[in-house]
Design a protein around this ligand. Structure first.
Ligand SMILES: Cc1cc2nc3c(=O)[nH]c(=O)nc-3n(C[C@H](O)[C@H](O)[C@H](O)COP(=O)(O)OP(=O)(O)OC[C@H]3O[C@@H](n4cnc5c(N)ncnc54)[C@H](O)[C@@H]3O)c2cc1C
Length: 372
């Protein structure tokens, strides 16, 4: 295989571009936005993501530009410490088990490394047409240009147009849960991944992202179509945090401006296997979009990139490589989607018989720390 097109400059597309370029493939990456950039919020990278970043060769740079976390702490609603346990690192016993980062920083690290490996990046460009024959895919772009490729990777996220154009419609699940992510100054006391026990159906947590910053996440049930106005965001976030004490009470007045806050709802999807049609393959959120309850979305994107690279290197027969990739990835990604859906259901339906968040999360982390 000599030429690949990657559609989408998110975590998945950038990681795939980096790896395929390193494997000697001529890679074009197109991003429909004017710049390859991410929402200015934070991201929690679990051990599986750190292991994958290490395999991509960007682990040290990420750790140097994020906040390495070695412990997980849980708090009662009044702010009393309930438990603290160490997070094992898959990278090395002297390394963090989790990394908090600002999303734009992670993007910059991946973009710079992909470009250094030889990826050509074109922004403000999207595909409008795919024509496949036995030897190639011809792609028409919004710019009026066309290109011929051996492989097209649809890494264009939850609302993937590659998926719509090549695979047909896939119905997402709306979970009835919304999330506010708030960028805040980091108080010195927040050095761990912090989560509070839910108060009713509201759940909050904190991830440090740098020496001077952290982000808070607040989840709560919402009706379909609910979208708070910009002017409501500060009061909404402060109101949801109000029942919580301790750290949560101490940072409440730091929620000051709508620019600090991002709101979205949880919608998930899982494309049935196989994840390829001819020479077009899906990866990342385009193929499997989980809720963030396990903090595993980025890990799954990064692992997809690694497995796709390994599968392509293992056989010159493209169809065999893409089948091997999908067969290896589907069960693990389905597990992340299903587990996130279950945790979301339990949070929005307090008192569900048999609900046991801590057990399910602990078992999931153990599974995700295992081989992929
Ligand atoms: C609220 C929330 C919180 C989350 N928190 C975490 C977390 O803490 N930890 C974690 O690991 N995961 C988290 N996730 C999940 C994680 O963000 C995603 O799994 C991951 O970003 C998906 O990356 P991606 O590259 O597949 O897609 P995306 O990040 O969606 O990137 C797709 C890119 O493709 C571009 N694009 C779209 N269509 C086209 C087109 N037609 N042509 C060209 N370009 C196109 C888009 O502009 C975008 O740049 C969270 C998700 C949500 C919703």
């Amino acid at each position: 295989m000599t030429r690949a097109l990657i559609v989408g400059g998110g975590i998945g597309g950038l990681a795939t571009a980096l790896l395929l370029s390193r494997q000697g493939v001529e890679v074009d990456l197109v991003e429909r936005q004017d710049r390859v950039e991410a929402l200015g919020s934070g991201i929690t990278l679990i051990g599986a993501a750190l292991r994958a970043l290490d395999r991509l060769g960007v682990y040290e740079e990420c750790v140097a530009n994020g906040f390495g976390v070695t412990d997980f702490e849980t708090y009662a609603a009044d702010g009393t410490l309930d438990s603290r346990f160490p997070l094992p690192s898959p990278v090395g016993c002297d390394q963090p088990g989790l990394l908090g980062m600002m999303r734009p920083v992670l993007h910059r690290v991946l973009l710079n490394r992909a470009a250094a490996e030889g990826t050509t990046v074109r922004t403000a460009t999207a595909p409008v047409r795919f024509e496949q024959d036995a030897d190639r895919v011809t792609v028409g772009f919004t710019t009026g240009e066309t290109g011929a490729y051996d492989l097209v990777v649809g890494a264009d996220g939850f609302r993937s147009t590659v998926r719509d154009m090549v695979f047909g419609p896939v119905k997402p699940d709306f979970l009835g849960q919304g999330i506010l992510r708030v960028v805040l100054p980091r108080p010195a006391e927040v050095t761990a991944e912090v989560q509070f026990h839910t108060v009713g159906d509201v759940f909050i947590g904190f991830t440090p992202t740098a020496a001077d910053s952290m982000y808070m996440y607040i989840t709560f049930p919402v009706e379909k179509g609910y979208r708070p106005g910009r002017a409501e965001l500060v009061e909404l976030a402060r109101g949801r945090v109000a029942p919580f004490g301790g750290i949560a009470a101490r940072i409440r007045d730091d929620i000051k401006a709508p620019e600090q806050i991002n709101y979205t709802t949880f919608e998930t999807l899982l494309v049935p296997a196989p994840w390829h049609r001819g020479r077009v393959v899906l990866m990342g959120d385009a193929a499997h979009c989980p809720t963030p309850h396990l903090g595993a979305g980025a890990a799954m994107c990064l692992e997809d990139a690694i497995v796709l690279g390994e599968s392509l290197a293992a056989t010159p027969v493209l169809g065999e490589a893409l089948s091997a990739y999908g067969e290896r990835r589907h069960p693990r990604c389905a597990f992340v989607v299903d587990t996130g859906n279950l945790l979301s259901h339990w949070q929005t339906h307090p008192g569900t018989p048999g609900a046991d968040h801590q057990r399910v999360i602990a078992e999931a982390f153990e599974k995700l720390a295992g081989p992929f």
